[in-house]
Ligand binder design. Structure first.
Ligand code: GLN
Length: 245
């Protein structure tokens, strides 16, 4: 079995080393003897989404999001929407999360119409929401996920879209309703940048399980020795729990 990952706009959307999440997914497959290929698809490349088992799109600032608008229109939008409706797992981070939604209105009034693959809207404010944060993950029975956020956009969920979970510390989607991220079909969209998957290995395995089960519905991922990853996770969980208490 080979898992084929599509990394969208790796040269443009890669804040805080978001691409490390792709390395993490690949390594966790290879450590289990499952081969993995990664195709990078960027501006000017045509996207044939049905070739892939899992998609990743990272974060970017308002400028980078604007640069992509023309390229996203048409063929790429249609392919991404079709893959999502077909149940392809999709990890989207911050700017990439916003891009999957309907639109982003920046704090100074610029309107970026995005692809509308998930029903979420984002409205910017001058004051950014920055820092380490922590939230629950309903798909993991309410377990805590630790992350880092830095965004001006406040995201509001529409019909058929659930949050990943509740904010335990920090801001999350909008700093108002207490929710973080968006779940629709097998989309996992979050504000959590950088090494999300290395320090939350259960989230990595959740995405890999979704990808593999599209090919083999009864597949169980063999466990890995996650002692180091779990230490990193627990250290941040403790630190952020103290912030709140
Ligand atoms: N430009 C978006 C915002 O500020 C996304 C930023 C990011 O990906 N960190 O809300």
């Amino acid at each position: 079995m080979e898992i084929r990952i599509c990394h969208l706009y790796p040269d443009i959307l890669n804040l805080y080393g978001d691409r490390g999440n792709v390395t993490c997914l690949k390594k966790r497959l290879e450590w289990r003897g499952i081969s993995c290929s990664v195709d990078e698809v960027s501006v000017g490349d045509s996207l044939q989404a049905s070739k892939y088992d899992l998609f990743f799109i990272g974060g970017g600032q308002d400028f980078e999001q604007g640069v992509l608008l023309d390229d996203l229109k048409g063929q790429k939008t249609a392919e991404i929407k079709a893959a999502i409706e077909d149940g392809a797992p999709f990890l989207a981070i911050c700017g990439g999360y916003q891009i999957l939604g309907n639109y982003y209105r920046t704090w100074d009034g610029q309107q970026c119409d995005f692809i509308g693959a998930i029903d979420v809207d984002t409205i910017g404010q001058k004051e950014r929401m920055i820092g380490n944060y922590m939230f629950t993950c309903d798909d993991l029975g309410g377990e805590a996920v630790v992350g880092f956020e830095n965004h001006s956009g406040r995201t509001y969920l529409g019909s058929g879209v659930k949050p990943i979970g509740k904010v335990l510390s920090g801001h999350g989607n909008n700093g108002e309703d207490g929710f973080e991220g968006a779940r629709y079909k097998n989309v996992f969209a979050t504000y959590s940048h950088g090494c999300l998957l290395p320090k939350n290995p259960k989230v990595a395995d959740l995405l890999l399980t979704w990808a593999i089960r599209r090919k083999n519905p009864s597949f169980e991922l063999p466990p890995l020795d996650d002692a180091l990853e779990n230490n990193a996770h627990e250290y941040m969980q403790k630190r952020l729990s103290k912030v709140e208490s």
